[in-house]
Design a protein around this ligand. Structure first.
Ligand code: PLP
Length: 394
């Protein structure tokens, strides 16, 4: 009889967003006129920039013509888009070969797929609180997970320790959910650790576009990263592509372990397991990287950035410790003393009609904290700030 991958049975049910939805719906049933401010979601709320829309429309029309129609695209990505991604890295002072940039359907897909490169017997170290897909993708493959707690002491930016035995290291900076962002020294510590140990870092840079300060956008800004890191990135939050789907992954040509060159292995993997990302979407992606697209998406990013600033100021004004918000769309706040994260969620919902995301949903070290998202309208955020001012008065 066929044997199943029973590791699926080890996955913990994620009640996070479902649980939030149930609670909000129950509240609305009792208070149908409540004006709920939804600051819980990690999905963008602003539309695609005009340059991307125009390119997507044009590309869709191309597909209806004989002379501009495209069939299968190259599996690793349209060379023009791979070139544009490489050019994007030049802004951070990073030189990559276009053949090191792989076009993907988004970061989530890649975070799971990329694990085929590594033996499931190699344990994964996951900095937490974390985007839930890291743990789940590892568990599905039967990989042992080592949880590395972020906390107040390390500013939610844990560093490697001598006692750690990780072969695969998940880092996310700017972080979801904490918004905390590593500086160069922090990332250098990880790169040195990974090179010494022969580990590989999976660096999730999905929020790099939100960085304002002089902090690394890419792990490849750190000397030594080319021999120990893979970077996974996405246009979801940068350019509002959550529902359009496009991302990219950078695998340096010199990255090798155990006789396997990961760039070559990934080319082989993609040519077998995908038939490339759609021509239409890749045209949209090219428009995002055009000077016009880059200028237009800044308009959206600046709205989210201002939202995050307003939220952070309001939470600090209410006497809550926060991190994030400055280089990330999320503000991570400590719950009032003695209140756990679901209890604080209930208080915010019932007394202030504000929805945030309980930190406990992002791993054990998230307990006692709550995440506010700036992906909302400026009006909703300003109103939330007004309501949060009352929190200070108790
Ligand atoms: N990585 C992080 C840290 C995220 O927060 C998200 C989405 O919320 C993703 C990856 C997934 O991005 P994508 O929409 O490209 O799948």
């Amino acid at each position: 009889m066929l044997k199943a991958n029973r590791h699926y049975l080890e996955l913990k049910d994620s009640y996070l967003f479902h649980g939030i939805k149930l609670k909000v719906n129950a509240y609305l049933k009792e208070h149908p006129n409540a004006e709920i401010l939804r600051l819980g979601i990690g999905d963008v709320t602003r539309p695609l920039c005009p340059a991307a829309v125009e390119a997507l429309e044009r590309a869709a029309r191309d597909q209806g013509t004989f002379d501009r129609f495209h069939g299968y695209m190259p599996e690793c990505g349209d060379p023009a888009l791979r070139e544009a991604i490489a050019k994007h890295y030049e802004k951070f002072g990073v030189k990559i070969d276009p053949e090191e940039a792989f076009v993907s359907s988004g970061a989530s897909d890649e975070l799971g797929d990329i694990l085929s490169l590594f033996d499931p017997a190699s344990p994964a170290l996951i900095m937490e609180p974390a985007y839930p897909a890291y743990v789940d993708a590892s568990v599905i493959m039967g990989r042992r997970v080592i949880h590395l707690a972020g906390n107040l002491e390390n500013g939610f930016l844990p560093l490697p320790g001598l006692d750690m035995e990780a072969d695969l290291i998940y880092l996310c900076s700017p972080n979801n959910p904490t918004g905390a962002t590593y500086d160069k020294a922090g990332l250098k510590a990880w790169v040195d650790y990974a090179n010494e140990r022969g580990a590989v870092i999976l660096f999730d840079a999905a929020y790099e576009a939100f960085i304002r300060d002089d902090l690394p956008h890419s792990i490849f800004q750190i000397p030594g990263a080319r021999t120990c890191a893979i970077e996974i990135c996405s246009l979801s939050k940068t350019a509002g592509f959550t529902g359009t789907r496009l991302g990219y992954t950078v695998i340096p040509k010199e990255l090798e372990r155990d006789g396997v060159n990961f760039n070559r292995a990934w080319v082989r993997d993609r040519t077998t397991r995908t038939n490339g990302v759609s021509y239409i979407l890749q045209q949209g992606g090219l428009a995002v990287f055009s000077p016009e697209g880059q200028k237009q998406l800044e308009d959206n990013l600046s709205v989210y950035r201002e939202n995050a600033r307003v939220l952070k100021e309001a939470l600090n004004g209410a006497g809550l410790w926060t991190c994030g918000g400055q280089n990330a769309p999320y503000v991570w706040a400590e719950c009032p003393e003695g209140v756990d994260s679901w209890r604080f969620f209930d208080i915010l919902l019932k007394d202030y009609q504000i929805v945030a995301t309980p930190g406990a949903g992002f791993g054990e070290s998230g307990e006692g904290y709550i995440r506010f998202s700036s992906f909302a309208s400026p009006e909703a955020v300003r109103e939330a700030a007004r309501r949060l001012a009352k929190l200070a008065k108790g």
